[in-house]
Design a protein around this ligand. Structure first.
Ligand SMILES: O=C(O)CCC(=O)C(=O)O
Length: 293
């Protein structure tokens, strides 16, 4: 695939080989927790009570609810030293849990549709990373993460809340056909670029599937968030790190230190065609993906 975007000056992984893999594929898989810690954290999360929601996350929350903030603080303190060892000058901006309850195999409740995560960093300076670490072994039937390798560089269109149109939506079918399922043992972590196209199917295993999520950025990254107005205008806000844990991420920020309107016009047919060809050529020419440390 032709690189669509210029590699940012600030690197992510300390290990050059992992950093190259991240740039090429949009994700790598590394060790994060040992077996004892997996059990301890899983028990701590489960003590909060079982849920029957097919998918729930503490990442999108109302700021008046102290629970998600307490989880963020706990996860930040616990994992920041490991992030320091793995990544260059990165901070955990947002720690959260995502759980998929087991559902009857005859129903498809709990599907997370194909998407890219909302932009949270100026991606020309450095990349925003999400760390996705399951607390149970996640096989193909347990609501695994599915990714489109290399898709983090297909477009630099803004992604955000309030109904910012998803630029790649017209390519849903071709992207879906390029999905790769990641089977990840408990304690291993997928580190993925926030612009990577991903999804997950329902959890048809017997037990809940809790996952720790850590949103991280370079310490000096420009933090941003995009939001669409009801009239369709899309704005880019410069925000502080507090934004990700102190505000309702689905609404435009009330506190920011700069805002500009950005172009969020749909991609032109020629551009969509170029992207489609990139996805198809990568799917047909690449060998097995081995993005594993
Ligand atoms: O945990 C999952 O199944 C999917 C999570 C996801 O897509 C996200 O957090 O953006």
């Amino acid at each position: 695939m032709e690189p669509d975007q210029v590699r940012p000056p600030l690197t992510s992984f300390r290990d050059r080989h992992l950093d190259d893999q991240l740039w090429d594929h949009g994700f790598v898989i590394v060790d994060l927790m040992d077996a004892d810690e997996v059990v301890e954290l899983r028990d701590r999360w489960a003590a909060g009570g079982a849920s029957t929601e097919p998918f729930r996350t503490t990442a999108l929350h109302h700021p008046a609810d102290p629970g998600p903030r307490a989880w963020h603080e706990h996860l930040r303190q616990r994992f920041q030293p490991r992030i320091d060892a793995l990544l260059v000058d990165h901070e955990i901006r947002h720690g959260f849990f995502m759980e998929k309850a087991p559902v009857d195999p005859r129903v498809d409740h709990g599907t997370v549709p194909l998407h890219q995560d909302w932009t949270f960093v100026d991606e020309t300076g450095s990349r925003g990373l999400i760390i996705w670490c399951p607390l149970v072994d996640v096989g193909a039937d347990a609501g695994p993460l599915q990714v489109v390798p290399g898709s983090h560089r297909l477009t630099d269109a803004p992604r955000g809340a309030g109904g910012v149109p998803w630029a790649l939506a017209p390519l849903d079918e071709v992207l879906r056909s390029a999905l790769v399922t990641l089977e990840v043992p408990a304690g291993r972590a997928v580190v993925y670029d926030g612009a990577l196209v991903h999804a997950s199917p329902p959890n048809h295993a017997a037990v809940p599937r809790p996952v720790v999520g850590l949103g991280t950025t370079h310490r000096s990254a420009r933090l941003v968030t995009f939001h669409a107005e009801p009239d369709g205008r899309v704005r880019c806000f410069d925000v502080d790190a507090d934004h990700f844990i102190e505000t309702d991420l689905e609404h435009a920020p009330t506190r920011h230190h700069g805002v500009v309107e950005v172009d969020a016009a749909p991609l032109a047919p020629a551009e969509l065609h170029r992207i489609e060809q990139q996805v198809r050529s990568r799917t047909s020419h690449s060998g097995p993906i081995r993005p594993t440390a």
